[in-house]
Design a protein around this ligand. Structure first.
Ligand code: NAD
Length: 487
């Protein structure tokens, strides 16, 4: 492993991570190698938190809790607003950092920073509009007053695929609600989280309100925090498997959980769809982050009449994409996050081909040092193939043919997941009718991108519990308190 120093665009010292961020102090250390997925070389090292470090973070969050809870909403709002502004001012440096450690292409990284910062702006606004309720009981016996209080110290665990946005989507509402937090970002992409913490300091977030730690022992560190009665909330984004384990762990101390888990999004194209619009949408839904997104279209179901034209159009677009390191401005498709991710994609594609599928472009990993898999389109994929059941998390578009609406809905719902789905049709009424029958938390109608800070993001079935973003997102970090009033 050689050290990699291509930190162009990373010159701004404010963004340099120094280690764990606990109680407003930086604790230097090493132990976690951060890799450049486009070369397989090491970028830098960050500190590896122990269980004791995590307990110090809980102490710091506890020490800051009552002050933050008592801080007027307007003041909390102004701090979040400044954090939004600082992220916007440092957008290019943050995007470069994301491209370096995550590998995604710069346009995707810039899009992520803008999306991530918006959560601070949105929740700066929501902080001042926390709802309450007052009503008389139906029997007339007394009055009901409902207040919302901050849930308490919150542990936030995030994945590597959106290192900025997955963190701000949790920190924004938590701080707006009046909670103090401990963020544990993925070890693959810690630099973005630490850089954002630096900007938070600059924005005036008081010491201990936001703590950040990286660790190679996520289970031990998280379990210890969940066992501490001062911790009242776990907000997790990641795989369904880890989510299940954490739900079981949180059950031991009945900690409130929000879970944003895996997806297996169907993308339905009906005969009457506008072909060019469907192809544009397919490219966004499939290729944002080179397919490493929970909302990524994982299965393309295309009606017979438009099937061949769709496959030809998608093949041409996918084959034309320029592959390279995320930080190269010409790149349109960056590397995968790890060698293992490439192996998983290779397994799914090879099995599908062995079962009768045909790759119209791509189909094999690239022989490079970095973790590259080329944009791939598969046709004639058997409906029962593993690639139809598992998250691909890569630039592979399997296309399946269907004849009628009932068949499309049956195929689309044939999955344990229910996060996102997409429909392309010229008939909105039809889209709404099909939409009502789809088991999904989010549905894109003639649109390949659905994420927006103002909308509730989340899934049904094994894709998770709760919603992030929108007006409901803040309530995930609050508890209702009911006062029975007689006067
Ligand atoms: P992952 O579940 O492996 O890891 C997610 C986070 O959990 C990381 O920070 C990791 O260090 C931590 N972790 C792992 N094991 C743990 C344990 N036992 N205890 C505590 N923490 C633990 O997922 P990933 O590979 O980083 O991310 C990809 C997955 O995330 C995909 O399944 C994707 O669909 C999902 N995802 C979901 C959403 C959503 O909003 N629904 C968004 C992005 C990603």
């Amino acid at each position: 492993m050689t050290s990699h120093t291509k930190f162009s665009g990373y010159a701004d010292p404010i963004l340099h991570a120094e280690g764990l961020y606990i109680g407003g102090r930086w604790h230097k250390g090493g132990g976690i190698a951060v890799m450049d997925p486009s070369t397989g070389n090491m970028l830098t090292e960050v500190a590896d938190a122990s269980v004791e470090d995590a307990m110090r973070a809980v102490d710091a969050a506890e020490a800051a809790a009552s002050g933050w809870r008592a801080t007027p909403a307007r003041q909390r709002s102004e701090i979040l607003r400044r954090w939004f502004q600082l992220m916007t001012q440092h957008a290019e440096e943050l995007a470069t950092l994301i491209a370096l450690e995550n590998g995604k292409a710069l346009p995707d990284a810039r899009g992520e920073v803008a999306y991530a910062a918006e959560f601070y702006r949105w929740y700066a606004e929501e902080a001042t509009r926390i709802p309450g309720e007052y009503r008389r009981t139906p029997s007339g016996s007394h009055n009901i007053l409902v207040d919302h209080e901050p849930v308490g110290i919150s542990v936030l665990i995030t994945p590597w695929n959106f290192p900025a946005a997955m963190a701000t989507r949790k920190i924004g509402p938590a701080l707006a609600a009046g909670c103090t937090v401990i963020l544990k970002p993925a070890s693959e992409t810690p630099l973005t989280a630490y850089a954002m913490a630096r900007l938070g300091e600059e924005a005036g977030v008081p010491a201990g309100v936001v703590n950040v730690l990286t660790t190679t022992r996520p289970a031990a560190v998280t379990n210890a925090m969940l066992a501490d009665p001062r911790v009242r909330k776990l907000s997790f984004t990641g795989s369904t498997g880890v989510g299940r384990t954490l739900l079981a762990e949180a059950a031991k101390s009945v900690v409130s959980c929000s879970m944003e888990l895996g997806g297996n999004a169907p993308f339905l194209v009906f005969d009457d769809a506008d072909l060019e619009a469907a192809l544009d949408g397919a490219m966004v839904a499939k290729m944002r982050n080179a397919g490493e997104a929970c909302t990524a279209a994982n299965r393309f179901y295309v009606q017979s009449g438009i099937h061949d034209a769709f496959v030809a159009g998608l093949t041409a677009r996918m084959a034309a994409l320029k592959i390279g390191p995320g930080y190269d401005p010409a790149t349109q498709c960056g590397p995968m996050i790890t060698k293992n991710a490439v192996r998983k994609i290779d397994r799914l594609v090879s099995e599908a081909i062995a079962a009768g599928a045909r790759a119209t472009t791509g189909g094999k990993p690239l022989a490079e040092d970095g973790y590259f898999y080329p944009p791939t389109v598969l046709e004639n994929v058997p409906a029962g193939a593993a690639i139809a059941k598992e998250e691909i998390f890569g630039p592979v578009a399997p296309v399946y043919r269907f004849e009628n609406e009932d068949e499309a809905i049956r195929l689309a719902n044939d999955t344990e997941y229910g996060l996102a789905a997409y429909i392309y049709t010229g008939d909105l009424k039809w889209a709404m009718r099909v939409g009502k029958r789809l088991e999904t938390g989010m549905l894109g109608i003639n649109r390949g991108l659905m994420s927006d800070p103002a909308a509730p993001f989340g899934g049904v079935k094994q894709s998770g519990l709760g919603r992030e973003g929108g007006v409901t997102g803040i309530l995930e970090f609050m508890e209702a308190k009911y006062y029975a009033l007689e006067y």
